[in-house]
Design a protein around this ligand. Sequence first.
Ligand code: GDG
Length: 742
Amino acid sequence: MYHNLSKKRVIIVSNRLPVNVSRIEGNIKIKQSVGGLTTGVGALFKSMENSVWIGWPGISSEKASASKTNIISELDKSNYKPVFLKKTAVDNFYYGFCNRTIWPLFHYFARYTEYSERQFESFRRVNELFAEAVFSIADKNDVIWVHDYHLMLLPSLIRKKWPEASIGFFLHIPFPAYEIFRLLPQRREILKGILGADLIGFHTYDYVNHFLDSVRRIVGLENRLGQLLVENRLIKVDSYPMGIDYDLFNSTAKKPVVKKEAGKIKKRLEGNKIILSIDRLDYTKGIPERLRCYELFMEKYPEFKEKVILVMIVVPSRVQLKYYQLMKSDIEKYVGKINGKYGTLKWIPIHYLYRSIPFNMLVALYNIADVALITPLRDGMNLVAKEYIASKTDNTGVLICSETAGVSKEAGESLIVNPNNINDVADAIKNAFVMNEEDKKNAIDVMKRRLKRFDIYKWGSEFVNDLSKIKRHQSHMRAKQMTDLVKTQLIKRYSSSDAALLLLDYDGTLVELKEKPDRASPDNELMVLLKNLLSRKGNTVVVVSGRDRSTLEKWFGTLNIQMIAEHGAFIKSDGIWEKDPRLDNSWKKEVLPLLEQYVDRTTGSFIEEKEFSLAWHYRMTDVKLGSIRARELKGALFNLAGNLGLSAISGNKVVEIKYNFVNKGNASFKFIKKKKWDFIMAAGDDVTDEDLFSVLPDDSFSIKIGYDATKAVYRIGSYKGFRDLLKEMIELRKPQSKLSEF
Ligand code: GDG
């Protein structure tokens, strides 16, 4: 059955193709490869019409050499497009940066992590090769879905050449906490690479939070409910727990041939209860640790001897890496030790297989296993756990799973263990055998229904749908973007006007937002611009700011400019500063002690006392702590401020407390109602400017600088774009006197 994920063609890009190509004595062999990405995305891929999969075929260019054309045409039959890599690239990229740096670090094995600049260079180069493959195979209008940690630079490489492309990125492994991720020397490049995507998906909400946390701390980008603004492009980060092909496992388990296989295995295991363990060979899977738990289980609960067998299947993986070879031999020694120590003439406690088994046998084992012991030390998701549940046709069986595997978040009904707590795991095995049958069945039943609902097809379609939603959102934002046509209309209206009112916010609108507000004094270009605007007859220019009046006066006091200071507490009109008569400072003594508490509790924050307002600044604090405290402070101020007629507003890394009636809208309205204007333009970048936008007459030009939600009708990406507009307005309007030079 075909699942139409999208009207557009979907291009899957992953390091490996779902098949492995080898050349034995000149003959090409194509074999299905084993692994979570292959199983999951592979099923999805087969169900999509016209989709194309770009990836490495598992053979080096040198080995493939004479047979390349042959390989390409064989793979093409399945819509697989190979990216050939040289042996040195495979060594430095795949066995190097991917598997010696990213894999251990992202799975919290910091002590196994190697850092090599040379290997990172190869990683970059291979990502570039993949980008070239995408450009030659895909089309700008395709949906490009990049998978996993090997290709973390690819989204931004594609974005650079195709700025409008639909790019999704999904990480199949955990995204670690900031304290781990920060250890990576290339942490910034990696984040920037991923941020080239429009939609970024992870298996769990924890990984989403870890990623957003690192983005905040390393790249300095704040998110709003998982949405980020990256170079004026709105992108989304969310969790999409990967499902399995539920129907395939469930229906395979019911096939007569599988039932027969299951019967044979049961007979061979002579009525013993079966504990099943299946993983690729990897230190993250906790295989030796699991053996230790099983050994303890037998020691603690000898009544299970000769009644239980652990079937342990270890699938070869990354065999070229020395560490993996050592691990294999350690596991085998340990299995031998346990079997030698506890085994009897008629009973072997562990049946160990080091190989990949055929699909029907896998499902048969899932179907008959009384317990699935899935205790990875760290795992992005773990599909084996889900496949076990889906293959349970009679709802018997117990899943024991690690809390450090993504799957634990969706398997609340299973026995969840800490894989490092060997007593905990040994007890869980015992409990699995003594549990009430009804409870076991209920648990499996609930989990099965969940897996059926959110299967691999649902996962794929949710991801691709969300990707197209975010693309629609982006184009909606672009619709608000001030186009050349609107610009021309604005300039035309402005040049023919006799009374023009320009209400202009300062920070972020006329100048760049600076980390330290005192560094944002007006530069020469801005002063010239303002002078030119003021030199035209009929123009009234108002700087509408939250800054205090002495700063504004210092900067602009010599110009014939109108000013609104402290969000409206003071207005300078025709050269005279006036204070709103209703203002007083009686409330400050009530609020200050609370703010001081927040300064004490939040290193780096400080209070700015303005004449009629108080501001708590937290731009110099730890970013995460700062925003948590800001939220807390607003909560703490809620009652106090309400009673005193105050409001607490969040600006850019600041919470400002002032009287309710003081806002940029009320203050600006005094200028708006002064006379009949035939042109009004207002521009601002932050929440406090929304008050200004809401008091404008309908035919005004309201311009939001930046990409946050707004009431303004138009938007311009940055203060620079806004200055360009002002320049064009100046150039086109007939000067009264000679224009100053920029
Ligand atoms: C990565 C992440 C994440 C295993 N042995 C045999 C066999 N398999 C199949 C299983 C399953 C797959 O391989 C293994 O998937 P996992 O999810 O358990 O683990 P990884 O390979 O490490 O996958 C992981 C996954 O990506 C998906 O995002 O869940 O966390 O590490 O489908 O059935 N299949 C056959 N014979 C075997 O012997 N036929």
